[in-house]
Design a protein around this ligand. Structure first.
Ligand SMILES: Cc1cc2nc3c(=O)[nH]c(=O)nc-3n(C[C@H](O)[C@H](O)[C@H](O)COP(=O)(O)OP(=O)(O)OC[C@H]3O[C@@H](n4cnc5c(N)ncnc54)[C@H](O)[C@@H]3O)c2cc1C
Length: 409
């Protein structure tokens, strides 16, 4: 592996850096959108910047120029995401950019590509990834939102839940049941749905950290041309979607900036007359953070490099970085709260809060380990696809279920 950027890559990095430093206010502090405390003003600010980044092609640098991207390599895409992440830019349209758009490239018709991709690349639209239902989370094959064929369209009835909603949706990337078959995962299809279609309604569902919604479908008419990929193969297309969703190149840069700011805060903040930086527990926390950040940086670049070599090496193994982040996030947030004393519990907005209430915010976000798959599901994926371990025999699964439900096998 070569750890240096080429001259061209360094030029690109500087350009993206310049874009953010000239478009963000000098007193800017990273702050995402979609959290439960996001204001309309903050949302608008990020939408505006998203459009500007889209005009430069920075939202989707790896997409073809025809789709609104820059046609850059995997490594160069990594450079853009690293800079973007360093500035803490959490785009309102990130679901379209990272999760829903890439599979349209892979499975979409030419008409779908030209209809949907440029809007995502330009930062003009917001997509929701609408997979989860009250009885279909980890068990995605259990989707029961019903899509019934009728002439040149499908009629959808049912519900989605816990859908991340960083702003009002334009499109829904939706899994629905198109056939009753055993095994169940062979009767599901994927649809690209206009979020304003008659019969769709939304209801707020606040969680700790991320704002989500319930979505209800009442006789919603969806043209057949909005089926993505093959009929009844939606489960497989969803698995590919998860691969895009779980890829984390660049995430370490956000952590680096957070760490720099935390160190700065600990240098200035005093406890019992001493800067926090002299407190052994705080020093421990900072050192742990630095180690994790370096590991995640290496992992992210390894994944980007592996993607760049996939013609020779095949798809990269599932990334462990995101999973590791989920596992340690609760402990890390608790340590941060403890190091700020009682102030650590105060949320952004309180006039007494320290460090902009980020400790309490981190604590709340650390409870949201379910998006992009729970810790257990990510471990199952890593064990099977990453380590090549055999699947749990079906018999064993039945025994676990019987034990949980308290019935005989
Ligand atoms: C803040 C937030 C944002 C979200 N955003 C979206 C979104 O944008 N789009 C979307 O479609 N969904 C979204 N979700 C839903 C999320 O994907 C699901 O919550 C997740 O897949 C788990 O499903 P579930 O909630 O039904 O829990 P369940 O699947 O019922 O799981 C309950 C518990 O059982 C464990 N478990 C389940 N099966 C197994 C197994 N086979 N082996 C071991 N343990 C198991 C799980 O790990 C978990 O601890 C979001 C959820 C949250 C909390």
């Amino acid at each position: 592996m070569d750890f240096n950027y080429t001259e061209e890559q360094e030029k690109l990095r500087k350009e993206v850096h310049e874009f953010f430093s000239s478009n963000l206010p000098s007193d800017y502090r990273p702050r995402g959108v979609g959290g439960t405390g996001t204001t309309l003003e903050q949302f608008q600010f990020w939408m505006d910047l998203q459009r500007k980044a889209g005009a430069k092609g920075y939202l989707t640098p790896g997409w073809s120029k025809a789709s609104g991207g820059l046609g850059l390599s995997d490594m160069e895409q990594g450079i853009v995401s690293e800079e973007t992440s360093y500035w803490g830019a959490t785009w309102p349209g990130s679901q379209g950019i990272r999760v829903c758009g890439p599979p349209v490239h892979v499975f979409g018709t030419e008409e779908q590509k030209s209809t949907f991709l440029p809007g995502i690349a330009k930062g003009e639209v917001i997509w929701y990834q609408a997979f989860t239902e009250p009885d279909a989370g980890s068990d995605e094959a259990n989707v029961s939102l019903r899509a019934t064929e009728e002439n040149d369209h499908y009629i959808l009835n049912g519900q989605k839940t816990f859908i991340t909603a960083p702003g009002p949706a334009d499109y829904l990337y939706t899994l629905a049941r198109t056939q009753d078959v055993i095994p169940k995962h062979r009767g599901i299809s994927l649809f690209l749905i206009d979020a304003h279609s008659p019969g769709i309604s939304y209801s707020a569902l606040a969680t700790l950290g991320i704002f989500t919604v319930d979505i209800f479908f009442d006789n919603v008419k969806v043209p057949k041309s909005r089926l993505l990929g093959e009929l009844n193969r939606g489960f497989y297309h969803a698995m590919v979607t998860f691969e895009f969703e779980r890829s984390t190149t660049g995430a370490a840069a956000g952590a680096r900036r957070n760490l720099e700011e935390l160190i700065e805060f600990c240098r200035e903040e005093k406890r019992n007359g001493q800067p926090l930086l002299k407190d052994p527990a705080v020093r421990n926390l900072l050192a742990d953070r630095a180690i994790e950040m370096e590991l995640s940086w290496l992992q992210g670049w390894f994944a980007a490099w592996h993607f760049s070599q996939r013609d020779k090496l095949g798809s990269p193994p599932p990334e462990a970085g995101g999973l590791h982040g989920k596992v340690v996030s609760a402990d890390r947030a608790q340590q941060l709260i403890d190091s700020l004393g009682l102030y650590g519990q105060l949320r952004r907005g309180s006039k007494y809060c320290k460090y902009e209430g980020r400790a309490a915010n981190a604590w709340m976000s650390s409870r949201s380990t379910h998006p992009a798959g729970t810790i257990e599901i990510n471990k199952i994926v890593l064990a099977g696809r990453g380590l090549g371990l055999p699947r749990i025999p079906a018999k064993f699964n039945k025994e676990i279920r019987a034990a949980v439900e308290g019935v005989g096998v």
